[in-house]
Design a protein around this ligand. Structure first.
Ligand SMILES: [Zn+2]
Length: 144
């Protein structure tokens, strides 16, 4: 008699747990392909890098100047970008990074630091536009 009461309670408890379990929302666990994980991580890192880059560039004065550079012909865009950011490989830049002993233009006799401003009136350059004067100066510096 005692045994049947025990089983009866056990059956009722099993029914109760089964009903309770049927109401729980089940999630289907599917394996995520390696390619999807890789793509997701790439997007996360790219987004984080873009945000970090935008934060670092926000205080640079030339960010507005080069905002339309991507629409230009490559030769002009490269010259404009380099002149805007100051990494133009002219004497002043080369002196700043320790490659050349002095910042002065060696193409003319004006004895001025060779930078973007100097390109406008350097007497050794014959081209009209800033872009063409930049490339002419680079070519002549390579020949010297
Ligand atoms: Zn010069």
């Amino acid at each position: 008699m005692m045994v049947s009461i025990f089983y009866k309670n056990q059956n009722e408890q099993a029914d109760l747990l089964a009903k309770k379990g049927a109401k729980v929302t089940q999630t289907y666990i599917r394996e995520t392909p390696y390619r999807s994980i890789k793509l997701h991580l790439k997007q996360v890192f790219r987004s984080a890098y873009r945000h970090k880059l935008e934060t670092r560039l926000s205080h640079k004065p030339w960010t507005q100047e080069i905002s339309t550079v991507t629409d230009w012909p490559r030769r002009r865009a490269v010259a404009e970008f380099r002149l805007c950011v100051g990494h133009d490989c002219l004497r002043t830049h080369l002196h700043r990074i320790g490659i050349h002993p002095d910042p002065y233009c060696t193409l003319c006799s004006l004895h001025e630091p060779m930078d973007r401003n100097h390109l406008g009136h350097c007497t050794a350059l014959s081209n009209k536009t800033e872009c063409e004067r930049y490339w002419e100066a680079r070519t002549k510096l390579m020949e010297n």
